[in-house]
Design a protein around this ligand. Structure first.
Ligand SMILES: NC(=O)c1ccc[n+]([C@@H]2O[C@H](COP(=O)([O-])OP(=O)(O)OC[C@H]3O[C@@H](n4cnc5c(N)ncnc54)[C@H](OP(=O)(O)O)[C@@H]3O)[C@@H](O)[C@H]2O)c1
Length: 336
């Protein structure tokens, strides 16, 4: 198979390339050459910016035909329309990387399946849903044969280790030093993480599969844990002491520092539990096999090598928040 990936050197797409090579596919990636390229020498590369629509579409039209095109970095309907101009009639199968944020995260019934109504409440989710509709409409019209993937949280080398309140680069250092770490709410929120190379296998084995055309798939981790357990497992995996978890009400975090804790408002305050049942049926090669402890060790080893773990002392925001809570609690106690 001859396969083109728009992106290709990113967190998930690196795993896709590896899995496609395992299938014996001939892989080409299209990107700007800014992201570190961890791919082997057998992968061809086309250089360009997908947001320069005329140049992108011309380059794609003159690149020939593809058995499958996988777009990992389409975020807006204008980019989806550009894909249609570039690839309609020139690819056997088109795979679009969407997100579970298209459902909206206010999960009243869990797990979320692909039949759950999509009511995204973030601009990111709304735009991804609009892109899904462009591709599904083109499929219904016979212009393209598209498949939609909706990953949830996906981590691995090349990415970061998130925490229950956001993406702070100090989280790993705070764990290592035994400093207090904030877990929002009572720590019972549910979370589901997938390893990037596992997710890559799912994408790779969808390519060229007729039964996947016109279908959308959740592609998520195999295990659901509470945020307390996530925090404890992360600490144990990297040899840090038992974490000093401080539970703080989500509304308090958002009122005290709405910018720092913005990911809570959009995503992290909600349960994240999604069903893999459909993908398990149609793409049985997708198996979320990586144990979290090993996956996070590899991620942190990569972060250590790249120096992307920030020193806890460089970022006082969480200590400031814990201090504010202690003053608030002391005041509430005095008033009662
Ligand atoms: N990780 C998660 O938790 C998660 C969850 C849900 C959905 N997703 C979805 O996963 C996708 C991200 O895939 P990924 O992890 O492989 O990507 P990534 O780590 O974000 O890397 C982006 C890739 O796209 C290339 N790129 C970026 N801007 C470009 C442009 N304007 N023109 C051409 N190439 C460009 C980058 O290379 P250059 O910088 O060299 O151009 C790189 O290869 C997104 O669609 C996201 O919505 C991720």
């Amino acid at each position: 198979m001859k396969i083109l990936i728009i992106g290709g050197t990113g967190l998930i797409s690196t795993g896709i390339v590896k899995a496609l090579e395992g299938r014996g596919a001939s892989v080409t990636v299209f990107n700007r050459g800014r992201t570190e390229n961890l791919l082997g020498g057998g992968v061809a590369r086309l250089a360009g910016d997908r947001d320069d629509f005329p140049a992108f579409e011309n380059a794609m039209r003159s690149s020939g035909t593809w058995d499958a095109v996988i777009d990992m970095i389409c975020f807006r309907p204008a980019q989806a329309e550009s894909d249609l101009r570039a690839f309609a009639g020139r690819c056997g199968h088109f795979i679009f990387c969407s997100t579970v944020c298209t459902y909206g995260n206010t999960q009243a019934v869990i797990p979320t399946t692909e039949d759950t109504p999509q009511n995204p409440h973030s601009a990111y989710g709304r735009d991804k849903l609009a892109c899904e509709r462009v591709f599904l409409r083109a499929t219904a019209d016979g212009a393209l044969k598209a498949t939609i993937f909706r990953p949830a949280h996906t981590y691995g080398p090349g990415g970061i280790v998130i925490n229950s309140t956001g993406w702070a680069a100090t989280f790993v250092d705070r764990l290592r030093k035994g400093l207090p770490v904030i877990v929002s709410g009572d720590g019972h929120g549910l979370w589901q993480s997938a390893y990037s190379e596992d997710v890559g296998v799912g994408f790779a084995h969808a390519a060229g599969r007729d039964k996947c055309v016109g279908r959308a798939y959740n592609i998520v981790g195999g295990e659901v844990v509470t945020w307390d357990e996530y925090t404890r497992r992360t600490a144990a995996a990297i040899g840090a002491p038992e974490p000093r978890i401080v539970h703080l009400p989500t509304d308090f975090l958002l009122s005290v520092d709405p910018v720092r804790y913005a990911p809570l408002a959009e995503i992290l305050r909600f349960h994240a539990v999604y069903s893999n049942a459909r993908i398990n049926g149609d793409i049985p090669e997708y198996v979320p096999a990586m144990p979290y402890a090993e996956g996070v060790r590899r991620t942190v080893a990569w972060m250590d090598r790249r120096g992307t773990i920030a020193d806890a002392g460089s970022d006082p925001a969480d200590d400031r928040t814990i201090g504010a809570w202690e003053r608030f609690s002391a005041g509430a106690g005095a008033g009662s």
